[in-house]
Design a protein around this ligand. Sequence first.
Ligand SMILES: Nc1nc2c(ncn2[C@@H]2O[C@H](COP(=O)(O)OP(=O)(O)OP(=O)(O)O)[C@@H](O)[C@H]2O)c(=O)[nH]1
Ligand SMILES: [Mg+2]
Length: 203
Amino acid sequence: MPNIAAYLKDARFLTSSTGYESLPPGEGAEVAFAGRSNSGKSSVLNSLTNRKGLAKTSSTPGKTRHINLFGLDEEKRLRLADLPGYGYAKVNVKEQWRWGEELTCYITERDCLKGVVIVMDMRHPLTENDRQMVVLCRTGGRPVHVLLNKSDKLKSGRRAAAIKQVKKDLAFLAPSATCSAFSVLKREGLAELRAVLSGWLEV
Ligand SMILES: Nc1nc2c(ncn2[C@@H]2O[C@H](COP(=O)(O)OP(=O)(O)OP(=O)(O)O)[C@@H](O)[C@H]2O)c(=O)[nH]1
Ligand SMILES: [Mg+2]
């Protein structure tokens, strides 16, 4: 059986859905990437799969407006989901509200969802919306891995302090949640993230 790295290398775009109801049937196993707009979800997906343009990225927040699914195997039984970012002030309130509801449905009802990687900018971790997402996953029984991205933006002392603080906060919010540092730019933290996915997807 191929290992997780081989599966990730074969990732391909499957579908783009405007909401929870229009997603293809949830067979097999899915891992989702959630997080604030501009935290780097789509970039992390590209970095994991080593495919630059697989998920669309942008320096303008609010790029991912749909649930985008990527298949890792021929039968499309193993999938990654790039979720729309939350917390972007320029998205109108109605749209923010709608996506809040869609994300809640997705997290609580998608039966094949094996875990959620919550991507955060290491300089601004655990915003109010991030905390809500952590708690939503906890109440929905979804394992959480917090990925502290953009670690290249911090010097090592501040980086260590940020990780320590996030771990301390997570101990209260969701004691089973794990956390690691990541940098798309420096390709740091890939092995740890792959190991998390490998555990959740059982490959
Ligand atoms: N320095 C640095 N920049 C990064 C890193 N990861 C992502 N970025 C940049 O952050 C910006 C946002 O990245 P995206 O991947 O589009 O973010 P997103 O979370 O998918 O955003 P939405 O689709 O709007 O929710 C882009 O300009 C990326 O190049 C990183 O590890 N280090
Ligand atoms: Mg995106």
